[in-house]
Design a protein around this ligand. Sequence first.
Ligand code: P5A
Length: 463
Amino acid sequence: MRLTRYFLPVLKENPSEAQIVSHRLMLRAGMIKQQAAGIYSWLPMGFKVLRKLENIVHEEQIRAGHIPMLMPTLQPADLWRESGRYDDYGEEMLRITDRHGRDMLYGPTNEEMITDIFRAHVGSYKNLPLTLYHIQWKFRDEIRPRFGVMRGREFYMKDGYNFDLTKEDALHAYNRHLVSYIRTYERMGLQAIPMRADSGPIGGDDTHEFLVLAETGESEVFYDAAVTDIRLGDREIDYDNVDQCKAVMEEFTALYARTDETHDEAEFAKVPEERKRSARGIEVGQIFYFGTKYSEPMGATVQGPDGKPVPVHMGSHGIGVSRLLGAIIEASHDDKGIIWPEGVTPFHIGIVNLKQGDADADAACESLYAEFTKHGLEPLYDDRNERAGGKFATMDLIGLPWRITVGPRGLKNGVVELTSRRTGESEELSPAEAVKKVLEIYAQHRGGTMPEPMAGRSFHTWM
Ligand code: P5A
C-alpha cells in the first residue's frame, strides 16, 4: 500500500476523551472512530488488524478440530424464555420489538441459539463430540462503556460451544479450549494467564478467565509470580489426546492465579512470600463448563448407547477479538506510539523515502516494494512529499515493527537502513540483504503449518 492512496487519518493532538493509552493510540493512529457510546467504526488500519486477529483465532480453532459457522446478531426472545435467561439477563440486554410486535434482542452471547440448532439436527451420541463456533458481533448495553474497544457495547467475539455425551468428554473439550486459547494469544505476542474466575450469567462452576497483565486492566488479580514463566511455545499438541491436553491444562493452572471474585486469602497465604503478586489484568477470554444448564430446559438430548435419551453436556468458550486490539497495544507501546508484534501487524514493513522525487530514491523504494510484495509481505510505502521527521513520527505512531529508510546519500554507498521499532536499533544493509533479513524474521511468525488439507490456504477456503 502506498500512503498517498491509503486512508490513514492520523490525529496530531491527543484526543481528550481517551483515558488510557490504547484508546488514545487507536484514535491517533486513525484505526477507529466512535459513532455512539461504546460503538465504533473500524477504519482501514483498525479493520486490518481486527481481521488479522480473527484469522489467527480461526486457524487455531480449526487446528483444535472446532467447526466454524455463523449465527445472526438478532435473536428471538422466545429462545431465551426457554432457558429462563430472558428475565435474568437484565438491562445489559438490548431488547427490540419488530413491526409485528415480536420481542427480539441483539445477542449478547449464543448459548440458547446454538442449543436450538443442536436439538434440531443432532439425535444420536454417535454424532458427538461436536464443537461449533462463530465470530460475530455482540451487543451488551454496558452501563459504563469505556476505554474504546476495551469495554464496548458492540464488540466482536469468538464464541464456541461444545456438545458431549459425558462430563468427562466435556472436560476434555474444556482443556482443549484452554490449550488452543493459549496458543492463540501467544501467536498474537501476548501472555494471557488462565485464572480461576466467577461464571456470572453464563453459569456453571468450572471457569477460567484469560488475563493479560496491565496497569489499566479492569480486573483485580492475585497470582504466584512463577505462572508468568510458563509458555506453550511451539510444542506439538494432539488435540484429540485427552491426557496431553489435561497435562497442559494442569501445568498452566496448578499455581495460584485468581481474579478477585474467587480470591481466597487462605490459599494465597501458601504462596511463597517473594512470589505473591496482586495486580490488574485485561480479560481477553473466558471458558466455561456448565453441564446440562441449557440442554435440559431446552430439550437438547441425544440417544445414548443404551437407546435412552440423555441431555448433552455443554460448555462455552469466548475470546474478545475486538478487545484484543486494546490489550495488545496496552502491552506493547512506548511514548512514540504502538509497537505491533510481528504476528498481528497491519503491514509488515514501512518504507520511508527520505527524498520523494529523487530518481534514485524513488526507484530503490519501488524496487523494495515490488520485492516484498512478490514474497507475500505487505509493505506500507510512505511516498508523501513530507519532511523526514514527519514520516518517522507517523511510522512510530502506527507501530510497524520494521522500517526501511531510503535516501540518496545511503544509496550512493549502496545501502539502506533497517530499523527495529521495538529496540530503535538500525543497521545499514544493501537493499537485497534488507529484504532477506525481513523475510527471515516473518518466516518465524507464520504460526506453524496447518494440518492437511488446510495447509497453505486461508481460512476462508477451509470452511
Ligand atoms: C463464552 C462464549 C461468554 O459470553 N458465552 C459465549 C460465554 N463469555 S464472556 O466472558 O462474557 O465474554 C467472552 C469475552 O468477550 C469479551 N468481552 C468484551 N469485549 C469488549 N467489550 C465488552 N463489553 C465485552 N464483554 C465481554 C471478553 O474478552 C470476554 O472474555
